[in-house]
Write a protein that binds this ligand. Structure first.
Ligand code: UDP
Ligand code: UDP
Length: 323
């Protein structure tokens, strides 16, 4: 988990996590100085190591739950474990990161007059009673469930962000990110795309939870990064849904993985987890109209790019060249 701060010609700081590292690549490529602040709980140094030695890049091992003093122009606040397996592992740490971590990053932004972008989540809609989800929908969230550390945590982070905006005149931006996949995802983070891809590559059965009829919408990471940067640079606060409206049941996703990796991959049904949202699909009209953004990469095109990366990391370069 990490907060990325960017200084323009100055800097910013994203993270060594999955999304953060792709964001850093884009920011560094356009010439920003970037400070990555990451406690490396779920982020991996390998994700940003290719920038080591670049004078415009700096990485600080720091937990945003503690205060920090820096000088930057923009703060992309991405710090928080985002996979249900990771965030349920230590729920108190998760909510602390969302609340105290966000408070610290907002305090920092206020002190230095930086623009602050919160990466919130589609989970603020809980198990939604409206479909697809529009930003004006207030959600259906269980405040005492096993996912609450994450979804209630992010809801509070949104509240804090708006209170700093109204109370301290801070420039803020809020993105609600829907399920995202791509290279550099943690292989064993327990999320459905990483699980299915790793399972198919390892010739293990694909584990479908429940009846597999629940839906998600999967966005390729480069589309998300483009959306985050447009949001940061634009004039609108949000919140904005950033996700790909293509909706798949988990059984349909399993079929795409079979088609991409191994048509003979078996499917094994497992008991579902508690409070699992039944449906999730973003309405992205607002992002289209106000940010001029929409995703470009369909699941069937993005998945092979992730598979190449997973193959390398699971089997090593040589084996992947041979397969
Ligand atoms: N903070 C920080 N870096 C800064 C400024 C503030 O980490 O450069 C933290 C600070 O420790 C506090 C939080 O951000 O816990 C909120 O700061 P703010 O100034 O808004 O509130 P206050 O410190 O007055 O409670
Ligand atoms: N899921 C699944 N098999 C797995 C992991 C997850 O069928 O191996 C299902 C899970 O029950 C949920 C969906 O996939 O309905 C998405 O889960 P994930 O943990 O990826 O993210 P979420 O959208 O729940 O945060």
């Amino acid at each position: 988990m990490a907060s990325e701060l960017t200084y323009r010609g100055g800097a910013a700081s994203p993270s060594a996590g999955f999304v953060g590292s792709h964001l850093v690549d884009r920011l560094v490529a356009r010439g920003d100085s970037v400070i990555v602040v990451d406690n490396l709980f779920t982020g991996r140094k390998e994700n940003v190591m290719h920038h080591f030695g670049n004078p415009n890049f700096e990485m600080i091992r720091h937990d945003v739950v503690e205060p920090i003093l820096l000088e930057v122009d923009q703060i992309y606040h991405l710090a928080c474990p985002a996979s249900p397996v990771h965030y349920k592992y230590n729920p108190v740490k998760t909510i602390k990161t969302n609340v105290v971590g966000t408070l610290n990053m907002l305090g920092l932004a206020k002190r230095i007059g930086a623009r602050f972008l919160l990466t919130s989540t589609s989970e603020v809609y809980g198990d939604p009673l409206q479909h697809p989800q529009v930003e004006t929908y207030w959600g259906n969230v269980n405040p005492i469930g096993v996912r609450s550390c994450y979804d209630e945590g992010k809801r509070t982070a949104e509240t804090l962000t708006m209170d700093y905006h109204r109370g301290a005149n801070l420039e803020v931006r809020i993105a609600r990110i829907f399920n995202t996949y791509g290279p550099r995802m943690c292989i064993d983070d327990g999320r459905v795309v990483s699980n299915f891809v790793a399972q198919a590559l390892r010739k293990e059965p694909l584990t479908v939870y429940g009846d597999g009829k629940q839906t998600r919408s999967f966005q390729y990471v480069s589309d998300l990064v483009e959306g985050l940067m447009r949001l940061m640079e634009g004039d609108h606060i949000g919140p904005f849904n950033l996700g790909n409206p293509g909706e798949f049941t988990m059984l349909e996703l399993a079929k795409v993985v079979q088609d991409t990796i191994d048509p003979n991959a078996r499917i094994e049904f497992r008991e579902n987890t508690q409070d699992d949202p039944h449906k999730r699909k973003p309405d992205i009209t607002k992002a289209k109209e106000q940010l001029g953004w929409e995703p470009k990469i369909a699941l069937r095109d993005g998945l092979p790019l992730m598979v190449t990366d997973f193959r390398k990391r699971i089997f090593g370069d040589q084996d992947s060249a041979a397969t």
